[in-house]
Design a protein around this ligand. Structure first.
Ligand SMILES: NC(=O)C1=CN([C@@H]2O[C@H](COP(=O)(O)OP(=O)(O)OC[C@H]3O[C@@H](n4cnc5c(N)ncnc54)[C@H](O)[C@@H]3O)[C@@H](O)[C@H]2O)C=CC1
Ligand SMILES: O=C([O-])CC(=O)C(=O)O
Length: 335
């Protein structure tokens, strides 16, 4: 096999070639996410898997004239998941059910935990070296589930497992810009913790907007933490954020590709196995991560926090710890 490096050495301008798989590709997130991945020049092979509809989505997207081949597989295909995953560099998992009004992300655990467990098991079998980007909720628990499945199969690499929290980062820059009257494309907010309600902690003190009045600042933080609810309510029972999430997923995957490709200073927040609060029994935490050729290259600390942010982090840690243990024990205590 001609390796990626060998292929690259023939041309200094050639981008790396990545095989990317999307599990849950025919869903509300999966479809636009797959389209955005088709538009990324670093993706040369796109494999779409879903329990239904993946072939249609693949046929549709395959007509977009970029330099990648697209294939779609469902459980009806013999060894569909094996064919999807073999040779994959990066796998994105948006498979699972979304919220309806009145539900928390944790309410999705009963259905999504087993979906993620089973898909993770196949990823461990057929793409054990792939970077795994988990979108399915509750992310605070599904990421630990993937870790335990990988550990049981002896293929766990902490540098290759990511919970995708990028939508919180997109919302933070958008909502902040609405408050301070700036162009959202120029705003970057570090969002740490986890991906649900009070576990989402935007660090506004790290932006250039230090003087937002407290009432407006508190309202802004609350909006970032509960932005997902706005979409769930507006969609009124038909789902949660899909299009903005597709953009978030494509952005984070794009950063992972850049890191794999050896670009320097590729930094995005992500929910990863982290030393930051491990001594308190919190094994995963979202913070800025430098992405490199082997996945996570460096996990950044939170930096100096304002007093109110320290409080928010403390509140986040309580729920996070429970969410993480719940995911872990779903695998380790399974009968
Ligand atoms: N991390 C984040 O920031 C966000 C996460 N989400 C989560 O993403 C998940 C997906 O959301 P949507 O795309 O809106 O839901 P959806 O219901 O539109 O799509 C989910 C897809 O997963 C497929 N699926 C179910 N079981 C499967 C399996 N075992 N193997 C392969 N495919 C399977 C379904 O057939 C469906 O096509 C939800 O859990 C949602 O809460 C949603 C928004 C943001
Ligand atoms: O709110 C939800 O259930 C979906 C989600 O994670 C988000 O939009 O941030």
């Amino acid at each position: 096999m001609l390796s990626r490096f060998a292929k690259r050495s023939f041309s200094s301008t050639a981008a790396a070639n990545y095989k990317v798989s999307v599990l849950g590709a025919a869903g509300g997130i999966g479809q636009p996410l797959s389209l955005l991945l088709k538009l990324n020049h670093r993706v040369t092979s796109l494999s779409l898997y879903d329990i239904r509809g993946a072939k249609g989505v693949a046929a549709d997207i395959s007509h977009v004239p970029t330099n990648s081949k697209v294939e779609g597989f469902t459980p009806e295909d013999e060894e569909g998941l094996k064919k999807t995953l073999t040779g994959t560099d990066v796998v994105l998992i948006p498979a699972g059910v979304p919220r309806k009004p009145g539900m928390t992300r944790d309410d999705l655990f009963n259905i999504n935990a087993s979906i993620v467990r089973d898909l993770a098991s196949s990823v461990a079998d057929y793409a054990p070296n792939a970077a795994v980007l988990v979108i399915s909720n509750p992310v605070n628990s599904t990421v630990p589930i993937v870790r335990e499945v990988f550990k049981q199969k002896g293929v766990y690499n902490k540098n290759k497992l990511f919970g995708v929290t990028t939508l919180d980062v997109l919302r933070a820059s958008r909502f902040l810009s609405e408050v301070v009257g700036t162009d959202p494309t120029t705003e970057r907010v570090n969002v740490v913790g986890g991906h649900s309600g009070l576990t989402i902690v935007p660090l506004l003190s790290g932006t250039k907007h230090k003087n937002i009045p407290q009432e407006a600042r508190d309202a802004l933080i609350h909006r970032i933490q509960f932005g997902g609810d706005e979409v769930v309510q507006a969609k009124n029972g038909t789902g949660s954020a899909t299009l903005s999430m597709a953009q978030a997923g494509a952005r984070f995957a794009g950063a992972v590709f850049k890191g794999l490709d050896g670009e320097k200073d590729v930094i995005e927040p992500s929910f990863v196995e982290s030393p930051l609060y491990a001594s308190e029994g919190i094994d995963f935490f979202a913070s800025q991560v430098t992405l490199g050729p082997n996945g996570v290259e460096k996990i950044h600390g939170l930096g100096e926090l304002a007093g109110y942010e320290e409080e928010l982090v403390n509140v986040a840690k309580e729920t996070l710890k429970k969410n993480i243990i719940k995911g872990q024990e779903f695998i380790t205590k399974a009968k």
